[in-house]
Design a protein around this ligand. Structure first.
Ligand code: ZN
Length: 412
């Protein structure tokens, strides 16, 4: 089997790994880079039989639209639903490539390749690692994963019953030089949210990703404990709507203490695409809350949203000190607005006397100790670092390291 990392051997994001046999070629992920100085990837020049997407984070799927439209893309069904909904609500066309679904632990084939998806715990839903077999070789790609989220049982499951005889393991190392000590688990994040909102005198904004389901659950549980109402936007409500297909334990817009704040532009998109959204528009309308209702009693609410909601934050901070719980990677605060809209305002809140800026976040990625457990369970003949800025540190923690650079081809 021939292996090339097109990109992602020594950076976080922009991942794209190619595996080839005599007859077949697949790509694992096709992500947008997170770094500005990342090397260009000529996606139009790639001609695999198929692309397999590990999870619906931009740095793993974000370049699909640059791919030739005849090439099939494989991902989880929920991932497809979320990616399409994002495109719809932003007013973009749906992806043109044929999207095929795989299911957790159900083996499928692409040409010479036999692929088994392993559902993993990550800050995105519907995230997978893959066992890939061809020409008598066995490769495992970890994707992005962790062992300390609300689905940590998935990590335990792999450790207890790991895939055997792995020739090569691509393992992510996002956290290799970072610690996750401030908030080791999601329960610690929930506690911090609860403490922040329980005696609030104004509304609290929780800034996080709508796809971080663990975080939505934490926000909702904190609201239950503090007697507050969780306010979500239409996109987050849609994410929860799609999650009903896989779990009934995840908060839904029909639940008590959950309300939906409609924005005009998102609501228009629902109206424009009735076939895609079905009766969701009608139902979301039944659970709406108006801005007047919130303004009448702001201390009753926790608003879950993205950095781009800074204008609403600016409105409330003029009334009284407002809590902003920043609940994602701190590195985004160094971004310019053109790269992440709202980042500049958010960074300014850290020193704004009208804002009580609170950090509460646990990583979507495995700690070094958990990576070590993972590598020890899989016992690969070769371990190749990916999705890391410090691949050179792998030697300090693991055995059989093979450090690759982008575009360097190897045979196994
Ligand atoms: Zn990810």
């Amino acid at each position: 089997m021939k292996i090339t990392i097109h990109r992602g051997s020594n950076e976080i994001g922009g991942t794209c790994i190619q595996l080839s046999t005599e007859q077949s070629t697949i790509l694992l992920d096709l992500g947008l880079p997170l770094r500005k100085d990342s090397k260009e990837l000529d996606v139009a020049a790639l001609t695999p039989d198929a692309v397999i997407i590990s999870h619906p984070h931009q740095d793993h799927f974000g370049l699909i639209e640059a791919l030739h439209h005849d090439i099939q893309v494989y991902m989880g069904e929920l991932s497809k639903n979320l990616i399409n909904a994002t495109r719809m609500l932003l007013g973009n066309e749906l992806l043109k490539n044929e999207i095929r679904h795989f299911k957790a632990w159900q083996t499928f084939a692409i040409g010479d390749f036999i692929i088994t998806p392993y559902l993993v715990d990550h800050s995105a839903v519907d995230a997978y690692g893959f066992l890939i077999e061809a020409e008598g070789k066995r490769v495992f790609y970890s994707g992005d994963f962790r062992a300390h989220g609300r689905k940590s049982i998935l990590f335990d499951k792999i450790i207890k019953n790991p895939p055997k005889d792995i020739d090569l393991l691509f393992m992510e190392g996002t956290m290799i030089q970072r610690k996750n000590d401030d908030f080791p688990t999601e329960a610690d994040v929930e506690q911090k949210i609860y403490e922040t909102i329980k005696e609030q005198e104004n509304i609290t904004f929780l800034i996080s990703s709508s796809q971080n389901i663990d975080r939505i659950v934490s926000a909702f549980r904190a609201c239950l404990r503090a007697g507050k109402t969780l306010v979500l936007d239409i996109y987050t409500a849609w994410v929860l709507e799609k999650l009903k297909l896989v779990s009934h334990n995840i908060p839904a817009m029909e639940w008590d203490q959950i309300k939906i704040k409609l924005s005009y532009s998102q609501h228009e998109k629902l109206k424009d695409n009735p076939d895609f959204f079905g009766d969701f528009r009608k139902r979301v309308y039944q659970h709406r809350i108006s801005k007047e209702e919130i303004q009448a009693n702001p201390s009753e609410y926790l608003f879950f949203g993205k950095m781009s909601h800074f204008r609403t934050i600016n409105f409330y901070k003029e009334i009284k000190t407002v809590n902003v719980i920043y609940s994602q990677w701190l590195g985004y605060l160094t971004y310019k607005d053109e790269d992440y809209f709202g980042a500049e305002a958010m960074a300014g809140y850290r020193s704004d006397p009208q804002v009580n800026f609170v950090y509460a976040h646990t990583s979507g990625h495995a700690t070094v100790e958990d990576l070590q457990m993972f590598a020890e369970a899989l016992k690969p003949k070769m371990l190749v670092p990916v999705h890391t800025e410090c691949g050179d540190l792998f030697d300090d923690f693991f055995e059989n390291i093979l450090q690759l650079t982008d575009n360097y081809e190897i045979m196994i």
